[in-house]
Design a protein around this ligand. Structure first.
Ligand code: FMN
Length: 352
């Protein structure tokens, strides 16, 4: 049915569509609904503790027999710099004072994919594992490959895609500059990875043999069909699902997406220490785009601000992650969204 059957055949999908893992925004219900509609659903585990990821995985698995992926970060541990961290905390202090949050906490580290997470994946046996910020070391990757688990990771440049394929990725996600959330950059020479998807997708397709999954700013069947005309075998969409009932984002985030025409998003490293795209707000304006401390140390420093802002119904200090096409997101169920995307794309590709 689809022009390139590699992903559908290998993963047992009806549609070569990936519901993007979105830490803090996607949910087990979203993953299960996407899988039940014939796409691959993703359980975002990057920010979860082991007990939390076990619970989320069990919830998604119980609700579908379809294809599910588990998603992890594999960032390098942060460089610790006491003076820089103290300066970052000082910089945030006026915001903490304004929201009466007490002292700014000490930064803590979120672990990347490690031996404990590997053991969990080997027990859970997802159809696929997707990584953000590169791939784990060979000793952590080899057992996944040996277990027949399909390996995905994002590339923001042709060179990153070639490196991922050489390291064992079974498919490469071409993450264009339009994409919402964190840039998957893993080669520091790439800066923030600023190639747009319309150039990035064919550049990667021409350089790797594995299937390429286009991501970034795709919000309806037009984007999926266009990506396929550029040679992509599939598409990964995140923002398109953020207004669904299965999305966990808070009301001010939903309101910001509904109001956006796409021109008001920007990339900033000020929330987490790594570049990520979201709707502009007061925090982004006042902090500027730079990281004040390495990823992921900024995350726990900004978490109380983000939570208090959401609780107060204000977008001011929230990370309003969004790609450049929030205006294409619809208030529909995740399953309906997948079915509509597939119908629209197949119609445009002359295969409906
Ligand atoms: C709210 C949000 C959170 C995200 N969190 C993750 C994540 O935890 N892991 C990951 O691999 N990608 C994450 N991403 C990036 C997506 O995988 C994907 O690249 C992006 O959503 C594609 O662009 P689009 O949002 O325009 O569809 C996130 C994206 C958004 C919008």
């Amino acid at each position: 049915m689809w022009p390139d059957g590699r992903l559908t055949e290998r993963l047992g999908l009806r549609h070569p569509i990936v519901q993007a893992p979105m830490a803090g925004a996607s949910s087990p219900a979203m993953a299960a609904a996407a899988a039940n509609a014939g796409a691959i659903g993703s359980v975002a585990a990057p920010l979860l503790t082991l007990p939390e990821m076990r619970a989320e995985w069990a919830e998604a698995r119980a609700a579908t027999n379809g294809a599910l992926a588990l998603n992890f970060f594999c960032h390098r541990p942060p460089g610790r710099d006491a003076a820089r961290e103290a300066a970052a905390r000082e910089r945030l202090r006026p915001f903490y004072d304004e929201l009466a949050l007490g002292p700014v906490p000490e930064p803590t580290e979120t672990p990347p994919f490690d031996a404990e997470r590997l053991a969990f994946v080997l027990e859970a046996r997802p159809a696929a594992v997707s990584f953000h910020f590169g791939l784990p070391a060979p000793d952590l990757l080899a057992p996944l490959k040996a277990a027949g688990i399909f390996i995905l990771s994002s590339a923001t440049s042709p060179a990153e895609a070639v490196a991922l394929e050489a390291a064992g990725a079974d498919a490469v996600i071409a993450q264009g500059w339009e994409a919402g959330g964190h840039r998957g950059v893993h080669d520091e020479r790439e800066g923030w990875g600023e190639m747009g998807a319309i150039a990035l997708v064919p550049a990667i397709v021409d350089r790797v043999k594995v299937p390429v999954i286009a991501a970034g700013g795709i919000g309806d069947g037009r984007g999926i069909a266009a990506a396929m005309m550029l040679g992509a075998a599939g598409a990964q969409l995140g923002t398109a699902f953020l207004l669904s009932p299965e999305s966990r984002i808070a009301e001010p985030h939903r309101a910001a997406l509904r109001a956006s025409d796409g021109a008001d998003t920007a990339v900033t490293a000020a929330f987490s220490g790594r570049p990520a795209r979201g709707v502009r707000n007061r925090y982004m304006a006042e902090m500027g785009p730079e990281a004040q401390a390495d990823f992921p140390l900024m995350n726990p420093l900004t978490a109380p601000l983000r939570a208090a802002s959401a609780k107060a119904g204000s977008p001011d200090f929230m990370s309003l992650w969004s790609g450049q096409a929030p205006f294409l997101a619809r208030e529909e169920g995740t399953g309906e969204i997948v079915e509509r995307l597939a119908r629209e794309a197949l119609g445009l590709l002359g295969r409906g």
